[in-house]
Design a protein around this ligand. Structure first.
Ligand code: GRF
Length: 185
């Protein structure tokens, strides 16, 4: 099944997904990486894996609709069936939600509905929770609100953001793989 991975940052989830595909653990092909940040490290990771990148800066478009239309035509060129968000730091609008209804998946570093939005790990540290986690969910028009596909708890390392973040990332790579295995059809 043809997928596109959307990312704005480092792309460690992109790489974990691609490597799971290479091992035959997810039945999918990443046709395209889409980024809104042409300088993001995910672009380097995609090059190493020989996966085409569409780097589109929203500021070069007149509107969000025009920006998403440009993405949509790239997705249609590659006949992409599913959109997998991996650290894509923008809300998806109707231009993409309508043609990809129930075909967009996101991963978020908290146990939703706790700590939606930006810096979920920072929010968890600030609240001094003892347990946080990772959620994989379908995407709707809200901020981290769609139906939940999978969740896993992660124990917070008290006062140690870096260690907690490392633990969360390791679980993300595993949970996303398992959830995509089950969900992509
Ligand atoms: C992950 O924590 C993901 O859950 C969040 O953004 C981060 C992306 O990390 N939405 P990476 O770019 O995949 O390394």
């Amino acid at each position: 099944v043809s997928i596109a991975v959307f990312a704005s940052g480092s792309g460690s989830n992109f790489q974990a997904i691609q490597e799971a595909i290479e091992r035959g653990e997810i039945n999918a092909k990443i046709e395209l990486v889409v980024t809104d940040k042409p300088g993001a490290y995910v672009v380097e990771r995609a090059k190493v894996k020989n996966i085409p990148v569409a780097a589109l800066s929203p500021k070069n478009f007149d509107s969000k609709v025009a920006y998403e239309q440009a993405i949509l035509s790239k997705l249609q060129e590659c006949e992409v069936k599913w959109i997998v968000l991996a650290g894509y730091m923008r809300l998806i609008g109707n231009t993409l939600l309508d043609p990809y209804a129930s075909k967009i998946i996101n991963i978020h570093p908290s146990l939703l509905p706790s700590f939606p939005g930006k810096d979920a790990i920072g929010q968890a540290m600030d609240h001094r929770v003892k347990v946080t986690g990772v959620t994989v969910h379908y995407v709707d028009a809200g901020m981290d609100t769609g139906p939940i596909i999978a969740q896993r708890a992660v124990t917070v390392v008290d006062g140690d953001r870096e260690a907690t973040e490392q633990a969360i990332h390791a679980i993300e790579h595993e949970l996303y793989k398992e959830a995509l295995q089950k969900t992509l059809t």
